[in-house]
Design a protein around this ligand. Sequence first.
Ligand code: NAP
Length: 259
Amino acid sequence: MSVIEGKTIWVTGASSGIGQALAQRLADHNNFVIISSRSRESLLDVQKASPKRIRVLPCDVSDDGAMDQAGRELAELTDQLDLVVACAGTCEYDNGLQLDSASYRRVFDANFFGVVNTLRQALPLLARSKAPVFAAVGSLSSVVGFPRAEAYGASKAALGYFLDAVRADLSRTCLKVVHIRPGFIDTPLTERNDFDMPFLMTPEAAAERIERGLARGHSTIDFPKRLSWSLRFFGFFRSLWFRISAPRMTRIRSLASRQ
Ligand SMILES: NC(=O)c1ccc[n+]([C@@H]2O[C@H](COP(=O)([O-])OP(=O)(O)OC[C@H]3O[C@@H](n4cnc5c(N)ncnc54)[C@H](OP(=O)(O)O)[C@@H]3O)[C@@H](O)[C@H]2O)c1
């Protein structure tokens, strides 16, 4: 079985990229899909493809109060959720290791606290499903330390730990927790990347992998496999990563001028 059908689903970050492709795919498979992001207009555009099966719920996942309000609106749209995919996220690189804490906070607010806020609002509605699933989108970049990705990679690594701890806490319940870790996907988030992105995939291909992994009941959904295997190899042999790969990628040549 590789398709999800007839479920009530909340997808955040659904106005573009991976979240949009996933929401559209799930709506095409006869699911009732509630989509969120900050931009109402973009969500309404996505809804046009499936007006009967998609409802919009604009919200900023990083805003605790706004998410409490979104939770109340969510409960008006549905009395239960079978699946939540927390996909909203952002990326800011730390060029020249500036360690600008405001940038790190923005990234953690969306990628980490955004998922905490999403789960808080979703749990009461997930509790009414017979087989509830909470999935969040991390990144394969959290497997090893990438130059310039201090904030982004750390937020996704923290997310991985958070999901494991939630899974442990709820291990005697029927809630399934899923960690989705894509490689490079061609979306607005990556279009400003000025480096080689091996095994780049389309958002539609990513959505297909995610739906298939969820339908098959996987707890971790890593793709593409070729990238995930090579990064896991380096995650195991960490000294090789720091001796061979990292020096080829970093742009910093001297501690005095970190440019
Ligand atoms: N693209 C990749 O290569 C890649 C790889 C690994 C993991 N990921 C992860 O996949 C997820 C989706 O990324 P993408 O590549 O599809 O990027 P994208 O096209 O830029 O989509 C990001 C989505 O998140 C929403 N969003 C951002 N901040 C938000 C906030 N504070 N509150 C609510 N919604 C917010 C955006 O909508 P608004 O701006 O309208 O709010 C948009 O819908 C992210 O978590 C990203 O880290 C991406």
